[in-house]
Design a protein around this ligand. Structure first.
Ligand SMILES: Cc1cc2nc3c(=O)[nH]c(=O)nc-3n(C[C@H](O)[C@H](O)[C@H](O)COP(=O)(O)OP(=O)(O)OC[C@H]3O[C@@H](n4cnc5c(N)ncnc54)[C@H](O)[C@@H]3O)c2cc1C
Length: 379
């Protein structure tokens, strides 16, 4: 007889683990399958670590909704689970009249999304908070912060394990077949290939989420699920310059929002870095090109005049799983049960780029709702 599970989650990044923590319960057999040797080795360990407040995303999108809800949920989780965080706040700085006009649009959008406590600061007010930056006005976002994402994932694992969920590492999903009572999932581990049946299958496979959807027979081009990899490089800022700002400092994002612009982020130890840049790539490669230093310097010198070219050192890179191709408009997260494609009980999460870390708890709650409709008899 084949082994059976109630719910199987593909991917132990922050999203898959948040979902596992939310849906695990003693009367359900829940598995998380992860191809790497441990959790959080891909997108979830190569990001800015910012708890966003929900300013940038078009009103009514899942990105906007889950970012705002996730922001509040994350601060609560951090307190409950002793997870490292700092509610530093952030400034979005305008350096021209045109950008100052853009701040008004951002403020309006952020307020409609429900981002907390936003207000526009005059140059004088901005200088009182951050004497070392340059600009003519700024948005203050007090609810923006930073988080120890590794500790967050450990917290989710502890929550899920406590309710009996099991995580299998070095276990890659290589086949998905619809069967009468769910899905036959074929996996490959150190000992070879085997398969089992699961009633519900949740695709949280990050950079591979389009390929996993394809394994189940979905035409990812016509469904609009094909991912574009978009690399973001970071440069660390040395020479003690981290002492010169008190909060996160962002530029006004470029008109077609592909990212939020090269900004200052700080980690919990106070280290400062600039990033992430935006560069569509064909494959996953995390090297940082030192020749890009001048570009980073040029991108920030107008609002961060204290940074010098020599302060910058290549640090790390991450890859965004974007549904938005080069030159296209912003695309929303895809989070849905595929019943209308003849695949009920197959829940896809595709294109979970930023603010996916912030949104993770709210995404998990939403997915739990979808699971509840599929398995009303449980949990
Ligand atoms: C440069 C950059 C900066 C960012 N900054 C921020 C930020 O400041 N704030 C914010 O809120 N968000 C930010 N994000 C977004 C956030 O990091 C992501 O949305 C989030 O980490 C995505 O998590 P995930 O679990 O979906 O993906 P991942 O962490 O990549 O997890 C997916 C997992 O699935 C596994 N997997 C894939 N295929 C299979 C398979 N076939 N079988 C088994 N396992 C499989 C992978 O090995 C991986 O571990 C940033 C992202 C990037 C790239």
């Amino acid at each position: 007889m084949q082994h059976r599970a109630d719910i199987t989650i593909i991917g132990a990044g922050v999203v898959g683990l948040a979902v596992a923590a939310q849906i695990a319960s003693r009367d359900r057999q829940v598995y998380v399958l992860e191809k790497n040797e441990t959790f959080g080795q891909e997108i979830s360990s190569r990001h800015s670590g910012v708890i966003h407040s929900g300013i940038y995303y078009p009103e009514g999108t899942l990105k906007a909704k889950f970012c705002v809800a996730g922001n509040q949920a994350l601060y609560q989780l951090c307190q409950r689970g002793s997870i490292g965080y700092k509610r530093l706040g952030k400034l979005i700085v305008a350096t021209s009249d045109e950008e100052a006009g853009e701040l008004e649009t951002l403020l309006e959008r952020g307020n409609s999304n429900g981002a907390q406590g936003l207000r526009i600061l005059s140059r004088q007010e901005m200088k009182q908070l951050e004497p070392n930056i340059e600009g003519i006005s700024a948005i203050l976002s007090p609810a923006t912060g930073i988080i120890d994402s590794h500790a967050l994932m450990k917290y989710f694992i502890a929550q899920a394990s406590c309710e009996g969920a099991q995580i299998a590492y070095r276990t890659e999903v290589v086949g998905i077949k619809k069967v009468a009572d769910g899905y036959q999932v074929t996996v490959k581990d150190g000992e070879g290939e085997f398969h089992f049946i699961t009633r519900v299958l949740i695709n949280c496979a990050g950079l591979n989420s389009d390929k996993v959807a394809e394994l189940a027979g979905i035409d990812i081009t016509s469904a609009g699920y094909k991912l574009h990899y978009c690399k973001g490089e970071y440069f660390s800022v040395g020479s003690g310059k981290n002492k010169l700002v008190n909060r996160l400092i962002f530029p006004v994002p470029p008109p077609k929002v592909t990212g939020v612009g090269i900004h200052i982020s700080l980690d919990l130890d106070g280290r400062m870095r600039l990033g992430p840049s935006i560069h569509y790539v064909d494959s996953i490669d995390y090297t940082v090109t030192s020749e890009h230093k001048q570009f980073f310097y040029d991108s920030v010198r107008r609002f961060l005049p204290f940074i010098e070219n020599n302060d910058l050192e290549p640090e790390m890179a991450g890859i965004r799983p974007k549904l938005q191709g080069p030159g296209e408009d912003i695309k929303d997260f895809v989070i849905r049960d595929e019943g209308d494609k003849g695949l009920p009980g197959f829940i896809n999460l595709v294109g979970i780029e930023s603010p996916g870390l912030t949104a993770a708890p709210a995404i998990a709650e939403y997915v739990a709702g979808l699971v509840g409709e599929l398995l009303p008899d449980r949990g």
